[in-house]
Write a protein that binds this ligand. Structure first.
Ligand code: ADP
Ligand code: MG
Length: 296
């Protein structure tokens, strides 16, 4: 972490003043933040994240947090002697895994984040997609990426049918910071495990968010040689999918990001969650950390 104790008060005031144009531009706007990767497991980064979210809220920007929890789910499954299985970046979810997912995401991870934000001086409220009837889902039909005739049975992995954002809007209007676990409900009240990137992307679209920021555990989207791609167009994304450069958890992340960009979310970024205060850097300075996704 940078040592800022020796910066003079005059310089500090100057630095704060430089954020003014960004605060003015984004005042009243919604920012959907997918919280995942290292930023969610490293205590120092957790504290930075919570401070950033609270600061944004206090200057009149509306952060909405959607969290993942892959590593935490993995740990819980291991304790039960189960091993996670992934197909095309999505976790195969049998009934027992679904129970673990609900318990870990909504019970543990979400409440930890709520606690962190509240400790930093915010008023966070934890929700799942059930609350306020927010996320309706159905069983995902996962088509094989190389054989369109083949559909994988993913168990209780959900595909979003619709999002009703009214509960999120009501909380925002009341100075609360929503923290959302990516769990949806089906026609018969059954639960669905939905990839958090997919939820964040769809929510950003439905809320007509100004920005969608996906914090991850890597510097951004990398090309075949491992170099960071600072921005990506839809055509480039098609090529990276086709030649296998994008795989695993990056697949749903980029598909979601592209959908959001095409549906009118102004700025969509996959950002390096390992950078301290990356949210403030992205929103209140001209620095960028990661990959920007373009709509065309
Ligand atoms: P999270 O959802 O918490 O951000 P994921 O593991 O689901 O984390 O997704 C990020 C991972 O995607 C990276 O750590 C990396 O292993 C993988 N990945 C696959 N292809 C790429 C790529 N082209 N560029 C960057 N990461 C990639
Ligand atoms: Mg992921």
């Amino acid at each position: 972490m940078t040592d800022v104790t020796n910066i003079s008060p005059r310089d500090k005031a100057e630095i704060l003043a430089q954020a003014l144009p960004y605060i003015r531009k984004f005042h009243g706007k919604t920012m959907v933040i997918k919280y995942g990767g290292n930023a969610m497991t490293d205590p120092a980064l957790q504290a930075d994240f919570a401070e950033d979210v609270v600061l944004l809220k206090l200057v009149g920007i509306n952060p909405v947090v959607v969290h993942g929890g892959g590593p935490q789910i993995e740990t819980a499954l291991k304790r039960l002697g189960k091993k996670g299985e992934f197909i095309q970046g999505m976790r195969v979810t049998d009934a027992e895994t679904m129970e673990v997912v609900e318990w870990v995401l909504a019970g543990e991870v979400q409440q930890d984040i709520v606690g962190l934000i509240n400790q930093a001086g915010g008023k966070a409220v934890g929700l799942t997609g059930r609350d306020g009837g927010m996320i309706r889902a159905q069983k995902l039909q996962m088509v094989d990426s190389s054989d369109p005739g083949k559909v994988h049975d993913m168990g209780q992995v959900g595909d979003i049918v619709s999002i009703d954002p009214s509960v999120v809007k009501a909380l925002q209007d009341d100075a609360f910071i929503p923290v959302i676990s990516p769990i949806g409900f089906g026609e018969n009240n059954e639960s669905y495990n939905i990839n958090a990137d997919v939820v964040a992307a769809k929510l950003a679209t439905v809320l007509q968010a100004e920005k969608l920021m996906m914090l991850t555990n890597i510097s951004g989207v990398l090309d075949k040689a491992g170099n960071l791609l600072t921005d990506l167009s839809a055509r480039q994304i098609d090529e990276l999918f086709a030649d296998g450069t994008i795989s695993g958890g990056m697949l749903p992340k980029i598909s979601g990001a592209l959908d959001a960009a095409k549906s009118g979310v102004n700025a969509v970024h996959i950002v390096d969650g390992r950078v301290p205060h990356v949210l403030l850097l992205e929103i209140l300075t001209d620095q960028a950390f990661g990959t920007m996704i373009r709509s065309h």
